[in-house]
Design a protein around this ligand. Structure first.
Ligand SMILES: [Zn+2]
Length: 296
């Protein structure tokens, strides 16, 4: 089974504008149009069974609409292969009610993004939110490291992540982008071996420049195969989750990159889907009858 733990889609009426804005600020090419339909076509092509959608709440009041849509998406996960996490903003004062509501409605986890949400990951508002999500047995996935669209901003720096981990000890925490985008040396020094999962999004493949923008491959080079392998094995292949950041990289290309990374067959199986299935509580295949009778 292949599970892409890190994808993004937008509602049909917003996708064009949202993708255009993000492509302009990141100067990275989008592989897909950003809709659920485009992602499902990509999954079919790449052999991906499930994709986890990670909505980012950039303004506190958006959470209601985003979370309503997430719950709706999850009603059809078995048919569509799309599993949506919820979103929450550090300024949502009623975070306890929101997290409880999401958990009660079967939402497996929440996405937070310190750079887009303009608060540091070791800020008390995130700490209390992460703690509360843990109490509700929810997965928390946070952006890690720099963000391609906001050069140099340290809201989710490796040091801040380390401080957060020392303070709250979350039970199911996923750090995107192999722990910290574009700060992988520091991740090796400070994060590997800690009780967290790392996703592979936007780490192993070079960034494709958006048409008409001047981005060079030297600007933000990807992880070398050698460093990727070293990181996976040092941290433990059982704590690495396949993720693409689709539409910002290609699912087919990223599956091929993992297959070609030098990991052995067992490690590949774990990274591509086994670990995520365990974390999400999915057993068997999506068309198996036993699995259909229980919520994922
Ligand atoms: Zn992302």
């Amino acid at each position: 089974m292949i599970i892409d733990f890190h994808t993004h889609t937008f509602p049909e009426n917003l996708a064009g504008r949202a993708i255009g804005k993000l492509a302009a600020s990141s100067r990275a090419r989008n592989y897909l149009a950003g809709t659920a339909g485009a992602l499902r076509a990509s999954m079919k092509e790449a052999g991906v069974d499930f994709s986890v959608l990670l909505p980012v709440v950039t303004r506190p009041r958006q959470q209601e609409d985003i979370n309503r849509a997430a719950i709706e998406t999850n009603q059809y996960s078995r048919e569509t292969g799309l599993i949506s996490f919820g979103g929450i903003h550090p300024e949502n004062e009623d975070y306890r009610e929101i997290l409880h509501f999401l958990s009660e409605n079967g939402v497996k986890g929440i996405k937070i993004h310190p750079v887009f949400q303009r608060a540091a990951i070791d800020d008390i508002r995130y700490l209390r939110l992460i703690e509360c999500a843990s109490e509700n047995d929810m997965i928390v996935i946070t952006h890690g490291g720099y963000d391609i669209g906001f050069p140099g901003e340290d809201f989710s720096s490796v040091r801040r992540i380390e401080r957060m981990l020392d303070t709250v000890k979350p039970r199911k925490l996923v750090l995107a982008h192999m722990g910290g985008w574009d700060c992988w040396e520091e991740v090796e020094e400070r994060i590997l071996g800690r009780d967290v999962w790392l996703d592979t999004a936007f780490s192993l493949l070079p960034i494709e420049p958006a048409p008409g923008t001047a981005r060079t491959p030297q600007e933000n080079p990807p992880l070398s195969r050698e460093q990727f392998l070293r990181m996976v094995r040092c941290h433990g292949a059982d704590r690495i989750l396949f993720g693409t950041d689709s539409p910002w990289s290609g699912q087919r290309q990223m599956v091929a990159a993992i297959r070609d990374s030098g990991l052995d067959a067992k490690e590949q199986e774990a990274v591509l889907g086994g670990n995520a299935a365990g974390l999400l509580g999915i057993d068997g295949h999506k068309d198996c009858r036993k699995a259909q009778s229980r919520p994922i």
